[in-house]
Every structure is written in structure tokens, then in C-alpha cells.
Design a protein around this ligand. Structure first.
Ligand code: NDP
Length: 407
């Protein structure tokens, strides 16, 4: 049916590519292009032999001309941006120049400022409309599936959704005192930033990790979780009519938080360049170099993730609550595709999002977040490709039984 150009060959891309190859009816051909071509070649060698034709290429995705030349050579129907958030705009520019559909899993973030927002990518709306191509933003798990869950809840169960709590729980244990489950630089930038949530039309800012709750997650157990800002809050606050509040919580263990605090205190998480032995280095990038590679965590991570959304709102004038979540087992993911669940839960929806565009189910010119499309075909594919979801119509709410404790 179609051809995809995948940019990036890290943890998320590797899972997405495994899944594209499993879904060869849709992905007849893929080109894997990244900064380090040897990684693309190694993955191709592992996956070759099936129905999907695989080629590889080297590309610097910060360079629009290089990207345009590659797209003109490969002639893909869609570019799957699975590199880093820093490359979103250059890849979108190249897609515009070549009139090629675009998708990604994380919104743009300038490399020198720890600030991510959709503003920059939403500014491309008119240009994508005029070019007659689709840009699908944030098709990972969160953002991604969390937006699809929201659209599904609104379509099938509510007249109006008033409150959304997104709960991201990783009950996995990799045995290291400190490591991050995906790109350490992106992960640490996200969790060391101030928290923020949206209530009654306003953003309310908190100190990092200021708001803590406990929650008993199905198949994982009781965990501490902390309020963070997460990018889907921005788009869902706009796209869910009548919403009064939306928050995002992520679980962290005490060891992770203690290490993070110490690293912050000594300046290792800073993105300000410093002079070291005659060379400019960025402490956070140096830290990334000494931490375990997230791709190496797969074989040693045991336990499960549980990510989902709790909705409260009204149906036929009555109060209603609904919780929809996915549980994913780290070791089962590793056995299937050689990665832990964090990459798996992002890579599978990335493949599904690209398939939605390629099959024409989610194909309209412009720039869209996932919740702006019909959720039903995407929800079906989640069950089919390894991320089945569970519904609970009487969930425990985040604030039930606990005081609004502040640390
Ligand atoms: P990795 O660091 O494992 O992989 C990034 C890949 O991008 C690497 O292959 C890297 O190349 C490549 N790359 C980086 N810069 C360039 C460049 N200038 N040109 C070409 N290739 C480049 O990251 P992850 O796989 O963990 O994350 C990928 C994306 O997924 C990120 O944007 C992340 O924010 C997002 N994400 C989204 C989630 C969601 O639920 N929505 C959850 C987790 C991640 P090299 O091998 O040479 O380093």
C-alpha cells in the first residue's frame, strides 16, 4: 500500500520499524535513515527477509536540504519522525517542500531552551493545508494514545468531559540505581521542569514534583506519582470542549528522585554550556553519555507499565466516570521486539498513526493532534498490534481518600 521514510533509529524507532514490518500489507517499503547509518544497517539485517522491502540511508535531520534530497530520492508517502523533538521543524519543512505527509511522537523543543509547546508546529497549519498534506502530531503513547482515549471517551460515553487525569505508571525495575527509560536528555529536561496543569481556562504552575498522589494501579500495585507538565495537556485543553481541568501524573521511585535531586544540585542536569579542558560541553549531554543507554535496559527490565486516562463528566445529565488504560509487560515486549515497554508503548502507536494516514483513515490536509481524528480505527489497531486496553466504569479517582498533600 505505501512507503515510509523513518528518521531516527533509536529505541522508539526500532519498535515502530519492527511493527511496520509485521504490518507489511500497509508498509510495503520502508527506508530507515538516521545520523548513524550503521544502526540502520544492523536493524535492516535483523528484519530483512519478510514482505516489507527495507533500505537504509544516512541523514542529518537538522539539515533541511539533506532531508529534501533524501525524500526526493526515496519518494516516501509519509515521513515518520522518530528522531528527537529538536528535529521536528526541519523535517516538517522538508515535508512541505516535497509535499509528503508527516508524523511524529513529540512536540518541537528548541535545543537550547527546555521549553516545549505546540505553537511552532501549529504555525504550519495553513502551509500544510495549502500543500494538501497531513501532519499528524504526537502519535506515541503520551502524547498519542492518551489523546485517542480522550476522543474515544467523548465519542462513546460522554456528552461533556469536565475532568481528565492522565496517569503514567512505570512499575518496571531495571536494577540500576539510576537510568532513564528513554532518551536521558529529553527525559531529564521533562521531569526537572516546573509542573503545570490546566484549570478553568488557566495554567497553574507548580514546583517540580510539588504535587504528589498515591494510586493503586491494576497489575502493578501502589505507587507514588507526581504532577508534571506534559505536552498533550496543551492540545487536549484546546480540543476537548467544556473541559474544566486536565492534569498529568507520572510515577517515580525514591531512588530515581534522590539521584535526580543530587545531579541537579551539582549542576549535572544543566543545559548551559560550560568550559571543560578547553572545550565547551553541556553538562546534561555529558550526563547522557555516562548513563546506561536506554536501549540496553530491555533485557534487564522486569515488571509492567500501566498508562491511561480517568475521565469525569456528564452523560444524559448524570455524572459519569470512566477509566481506560493499557498494561504492558516489559519482558513480553523484550521477547517480541528486543525493547522494553517504554519504547514499545511509543513505537506501536507511531506505526499505527502512520498506518492511519497511509490507509486514508486519518488523512486531511493540515496539522492535527491525534484527538482531532476518529478514534475508533486507531483503538481497534491498538488491540491488534500489542497494546490492548481495559475499561473501568467505576474507577478510584486520583483525589479519592487522600488529602491534597504537598511535599
Ligand atoms: P533515542 O535517543 O533512542 O533515538 C533518537 C534517534 O534519533 C537516534 O537514532 C539518533 O541517532 C537519531 N537522531 C538524533 N539526532 C539526529 C539528527 N540530527 N539526524 C538524524 N538522526 C538523529 O530516542 P527515543 O527513541 O527514546 O525517542 C525518540 C522520540 O520519541 C523522541 O522525540 C522522544 O521525545 C519521543 N518519545 C515519545 C513518547 C511518547 O509517548 N509520545 C515516549 C518516549 C519518547 P544516533 O543513533 O546517531 O544517536
Amino acid at each position: 500500500m505505501g512507503k515510509a521514510l523513518v528518521i531516527g533509529c533509536g529505541g522508539v524507532a526500532s519498535v515502530a520499524i519492527h511493527k511496520c514490518v509485521q504490518n507489511s500489507q500497509v508498509f510495503e517499503e520502508i527506508c530507515i535513515a538516521s545520523r548513524t547509518k550503521s544502526k540502520c544497517d544492523a536493524l535492516k539485517a535483523q528484519l530483512d527477509g519478510g514482505k516489507t522491502k527495507i533500505t537504509t540511508a544516512q541523514v542529518d535531520a537538522n539539515n533541511v536540504d539533506e532531508l529534501i534530497a533524501l525524500i526526493n530520492e526515496v519518494k516516501p508517502d509519509i515521513v515518520m519522525n522518530l528522531a528527537l523533538p529538536y528535529q521536528d521543524l526541519t523535517i516538517m519543512d522538508a515535508c512541505l517542500a516535497t509535499k509528503t505527509h508527516y508524523m511524529d511522537t513529540a512536540n518541537y523543543e528548541p535545543e537550547d531552551t527546555a521549553k516545549f509547546e505546540y505553537k511552532w508546529q501549529w504555525d504550519y497549519r495553513e502551509r500544510f493545508e495549502k500543500a494538501g498534506i497531513t501532519a499528524l502530531l504526537g502519535s506515541g503513547f503520551d502524547p498519542g494514545v492518551t489523546g485517542v482515549f480522550s476522543a474515544y471517551a467523548l465519542k462513546h460515553y460522554f456528552d461533556e468531559i469536565e475532568y481528565i487525569d492522565i496517569l503514567d505508571c512505570n512499575g518496571g525495575d531495571h536494577g540500576y540505581p539510576f537510568a532513564t527509560n528513554f532518551n536521558p536528555e529529553i527525559n531529564i529536561r521533562e521531569v526537572s521542569a516546573n509542573g503545570r496543569y490546566w484549570e478553568n481556562g488557566e495554567w497553574i504552575e507548580t514546583k517540580p514534583m510539588e504535587i504528589k498522589r498515591e494510586y493503586n494501579f491494576a497489575e502493578v500495585g501502589q505507587k507514588d506519582m507526581y504532577l508534571l507538565y506534559h505536552e498533550e495537556l496543551e492540545s487536549l485543553a484546546v480540543n476537548m470542549p467544556g473541559l474544566k481541568r486536565i492534569r498529568f501524573f507520572m510515577t517515580f521511585g525514591q531512588s530515581y528522585l534522590t539521584h535526580l535531586r543530587a545531579l541537579e544540585n551539582v549542576g549535572m542536569t544543566s543545559i548551559e554550556p560550560i568550559e571543560f579542558e578547553g572545550k565547551q560541553i553541556i553538562p546534561l549531554q555529558f550526563l547522557k553519555a555516562v548513563l546506561p543507554d536506554p536501549a540496553s535496559l530491555g533485557p534487564r527490565t522486569v515488571g509492567k507499565t500501566n498508562i491511561g486516562c480517568i475521565f469525569q463528566g456528564k452523560k444524559d445529565g448524570k455524572d459519569k466516570t470512566y477509566y481506560v488504560y493499557n498494561v504492558c509487560d516489559h519482558q513480553a515486549c523484550y521477547r517480541e521486539v528486543g525493547s522494553q515497554a517504554i519504547s514499545y508503548t511509543t513505537g506501536v502507536p507511531a506505526m499505527i498513526g502512520a498506518a492511519m494516514v497511509l490507509t486514508g483513515k486519518w488523512n486531511k490536509p493540515g496539522v492535527y493532534n491525534v484527538e482531532e481524528f476518529d478514534p475508533d480505527p486507531f483503538m481497534e489497531e491498538l488491540n491488534k498490534w500489542g497494546l490492548p486496553w481495559v475499561e473501568d466504569f467505576n474507577p478510584v479517582l486520583v483525589d479519592d481518600g487522600q488529602e491534597a498533600r504537598k511535599q
